[in-house]
Design a protein around this ligand. Structure first.
Ligand code: ADP
Length: 486
């Protein structure tokens, strides 16, 4: 399945600004690591303020022409990019596995998911409709136009190196905006691969730029620049708050996709097999490192034992290892601090009475950052595994007695991104879905993300939505034209 791309320690990748590949002249470089082997797989330029500014110069200039193209012209270019990504999906997936760790089949799956935003928004960009509104005065007309906001800055995380970029860039470009992107330092090579294909597709210079390097310096340069009219960010709540404060200076529009603490509720009338499979998908995708990954599992007391047995059975089928090898389901975590954090969370739980009822084999093959899939029971709400985002393959199971109790416990968090409920009772399903203070509900569904639906959180999980027509609105201004007739 994997393509035969060679990775060289000393290979220097360049960033993409104004249709040019630049960066040799940077004074320092950042090593990109393979988390499965802890080896260097390449280097990227450690850019900063000058490169951040050059990217905005380019995007600002390109906006003048890109925003004036017809939706159809933009759509055709987005579709060319889509087809090139599709042709190169194995290559992109391989790059992703090398820098991020997820198994190569899962990485190719992410490329398909990432690409679905391009094809969906290539179409949806044609349906940016205005409005006419009946006026109070007979000699007035009210006209509403939707216009692209301008230059967009996108800052993205390492857990979905391709999809977090296209989920922002596709609607932005379809709306007529131009974009400057800063990918995570851990996973810049996937972003640069996407840029290479954007260039090949004929996306004009300056429309899509990728700047690599110093996060804070690049972020600050974009926050201060009043030409950047929109900031779209996926990452931690902590950094999201810093960026939100910074965006206030120039009153930018903002979209934030931040942390989550997803509850997974299994009611006693649930189809347990379906629930166990749903939990496996939602908990162990990307080794537990997604913001909508299940964090806390609440199982109704009466069905704890049969459910845990089924879940163990499912989990024991998963194979941990280097994602470049065939048949691997769980790759490494992103780095050593990530492994340390999951260990700390596990130790805390055990100290407070938690019990390990299953632990997969430790993977000793290489020097990478592996953590064995683990199931913990006897969990209570005072444990770190309930209060904090685990971001690892540790499934923490607590029990509950009543529907009211579980709703209250599930909502008892500052986060509100995704929640999962498994029940076969229709009334219960509606009641619980409506009571949960979350932006996304997986009702008998462990994998709710899709291009046409709005993804985003309540409370401290963020602002705005990505995906669907809601995701396009985020990149549009509303202009009201009041017309006086003779
Ligand atoms: P994660 O925990 O997923 O690494 P972060 O919030 O730390 O999440 O990082 C998400 C993205 O934000 C990355 O691209 C990172 O480089 C960037 N980032 C981190 N700190 C800042 C900052 N102060 N200003 C701008 N970008 C930042």
């Amino acid at each position: 399945m994997s393509s035969n791309i060679a990775f060289h320690k000393k290979q220097l990748y360049k960033m993409y600004i104004n249709g040019q590949w630049i960066g040799d002249e940077c004074e320092t470089f950042i090593n990109v690591m393979n988390p499965a082997t802890n080896e260097v797989i390449g280097m990227i330029p450690n850019g900063g303020t000058p490169e951040a500014k050059a990217a905005v110069d380019a995007a600002h200039l390109a906006f003048k022409t890109w925003s004036k193209k017809t939706a159809d012209e933009r759509s055709q270019l987005l579709m060319k990019w889509f087809h090139l990504i599709d042709e190169h999906k194995v290559e992109i997936g391989t790059v992703m596995t090398m820098e991020q760790g997820k198994p190569v089949n899962e990485a190719i799956g992410e490329v398909n998911y990432a690409n679905s935003f391009l094809s969906w928004y290539a179409e949806e960009g044609k349906r940016i409709y205005g409005e006419t509104i009946p006026a109070t005065h007979p000699n007035k007309r009210i006209l509403i136009r939707k216009e692209p906001v301008g230059v967009v800055a996108a800052i993205t995380p390492w857990n979905f190196p391709a999809a977090m970029i296209t989920r922002k860039v596709a609607p932005a470009l379809a709306a007529g905006c131009t974009v400057v992107v800063k990918p995570a330092q851990q996973t810049p090579l996937t972003a640069l691969k996407l840029a290479e294909l954007a260039e090949k597709a004929g996306i004009p210079a300056g429309v899509f730029n990728v700047v690599t390097g110093k996060s804070k310096e690049i972020g600050d340069a974009w926050l201060k620049d009043s030409r950047v009219r929109k900031l779209t960010f996926t990452g931690s709540t902590e950094v999201g708050k810093v960026l939100m404060r910074g965006a206030a200076e120039t009153v930018k529009k903002i979209s934030l996709e931040l942390g989550g603490n997803a509850p997974f509720i299994v009611m006693d009338d649930a189809d347990l097999e379906k629930a166990a499979k749903g939990l496996l998908a939602s908990k162990f995708r990307n080794a537990g490192q997604t913001c909508i990954c299940t964090n806390r599992i609440y199982v109704q007391e009466r069905i704890l034992e049969p459910f845990v047995e089924l879940f163990k059975e499912e989990l024991s089928k998963l194979k941990i290892g280097n994602g470049m090898e065939e048949g691997i389901d769980i790759g490494p975590l992103i780095d050593q601090p990530a492994v340390n954090k999951v260990n700390e969370i596990l130790d805390d739980a055990i100290h407070k009475g938690g019990k390990i009822v299953f632990q997969g084999d430790k993977y000793e093959g290489e020097e990478g950052f592996f953590f064995p899939p683990t199931i913990l029971t006897n969990v209570n709400d005072q444990m770190m595994c309930v209060e904090e985002e685990i971001f690892g393959p540790l499934a923490a199971i607590a029990t509950f007695k009543t529907e009211e109790e579980v709703i209250e416990r599930a909502n008892n968090t500052v986060y509100g991104l995704a929640a999962y409920v498994f029940t076969e009772n229709l009334s219960r399903a509606f009641r619980i879905s409506e009571e949960l203070e979350y932006g996304i509900i997986g009702l008998n569904d462990g994998l709710p993300s899709t291009a046409q639906a709005p993804f985003g959180g309540y409370k401290e999980s963020g602002l705005g939505r990505e995906g669907g027509h809601h995701g396009l609105e985020e990149f549009l201004e509303v202009k009201y034209i009041s017309i006086g007739l003779n």
